[in-house]
Design a protein around this ligand. Sequence first.
Ligand SMILES: Nc1ncnc2c1ncn2[C@@H]1O[C@H](COP(=O)(O)OP(=O)(O)OP(=O)(O)O)[C@@H](O)[C@H]1O
Ligand SMILES: [Mg+2]
Length: 506
Amino acid sequence: MALFRTRSAAVYGIEAHLIDVEVDMYSGTSTRDMVTVGMPDTAVKESRERIKSALMNSGFGFPNKPVTINLAPANVRKEGAGFDLPMAMGIIGAMGGAAGRASDSFLITGELSLDGSIRAVRGVLSMAVCARKQGIPNVVVPSENAAEAAVVEGVNVYGVKTLAEAVQVLIQPESRLPLQPIATPPSHTPEFDFGDVRGQASAKRAMEVAAAGGHNLLLVGPPGSGKTMLARRLPGILPPLSFGEALETTQVHSVAGALPNDCGLLRQRPFRAPHHSVSDAGLIGGGIGTARPGEVSLAHNGVLFLDELPEFQRSVLEQLRQPLEEGSVTLARSMMTLSFPASFMLVAAMNPCPCGFYGDQTRECRCTGAIIQRYLTKISGPLLDRIDLHIEVPAVPHKELRGDQTGATSAEIRERVARTRLIQEKRGYPNAKIPSGRLRQICPLDDAGERTLEMAIRKLGLSARAHDRLLKVARTIADLGGSEAIQGKHMAEAVGYRSLDRVYWK
Ligand SMILES: Nc1ncnc2c1ncn2[C@@H]1O[C@H](COP(=O)(O)OP(=O)(O)OP(=O)(O)O)[C@@H](O)[C@H]1O
Ligand SMILES: [Mg+2]
């Protein structure tokens, strides 16, 4: 046997595509003992040395004839070290090793060490999804990635630690039991509870509204008033991830190489809090080669928390506009465009001024008007427009902090949120994502609601986008109140959440 084929996959965005690894060995001489074609990147080209050592050290030997390896289809770039294992197994097959028999029914990925042991790779969950779609019944993956692959039903997952073990699976799959999926039920006990937050009733109410409709949120207040504390508690009142959401979120983390070892499906909504020094690529995604997901995608189906919002570079913040609008990011690469899902709730927090005490009742602000304005204008109008709820988080009075009065617990709030989400599910959209064409129909106003809206638009001078977003927030408040029509009081509360930008951003 001189020509042999194994199958592997390459991941673009969070989608894996089947790649055939064709190995040809021919008699004759060549100055190179192994050539890889089919748009391999540097890491793939370097695999020659790893494969050679791994084969020698595992006792398989290396052919004394020239080897050509083609990664097909040839028109897409192949990145990373995950082709090591399928290439090495292809060579063993081409040498006539018994691994030959059934290689078409296996999708193989893994990075080789020189001693033949196998290292984890990124994107294995997506590859397992690809195998199922393509009708390939078995996958052979690094043992550290086996749990994520086993999430996919209908494929047999074999986690392997060495090249020799992988060959053994191919020769005698019946000698091993495929890995069973680890069933992790969604957890209902959040790490942080709203029951710990004293006072701040109106901020807590706003967080409930945000969670109920999936709205973005800005918290403004002096240092130490509890903004970070409140934000951390948001994931705990959101409904549990559905299987489909969990799968997509886990895929993103797998592609980013951010999944812990032996981790199956992620069942908690992600909470990402990137530091304000984060780069464009760190926040939005990118980097060299086929691009990695950024924080906006790691927060997919969860919460992206930007603490100290004005400290972020303005250019970085402006890049949030696309994901906030579309729920995904598109990255242009030299040969293709990639897209990653990025549907998250944005929670931003900031002080009202550099010293933090502008508008505070208890301490005097030391900033001049010009300094405050410069600070606030770091946040552009279009970005503010995309944040539906702006709320003030004042310092908690000492009496409240020391008292034993705490408000609702996360479990209580979560139940109300879940009930409201159910109403939205029947309509087909979470309130924050109602398409503008359906707004009129889904958000009917009674007379008082209509009047309140009209007045607010006139007084606050809101943009058309802000108007639409106002309606959606009012829809959520009415849903929480169990009302079909949006009444005056619902609209008034929604307007209240948009007044802050007129206080500060005059
Ligand atoms: N409402 C509250 N109830 C109970 N504890 C609180 C409350 N607010 C603040 N704290 C306590 O103060 C600490 C600091 O709060 P937190 O970090 O959330 O403030 P912050 O508003 O984010 O401040 P900064 O503007 O400096 O970032 C919390 O970890 C918590 O222990
Ligand atoms: Mg803080």
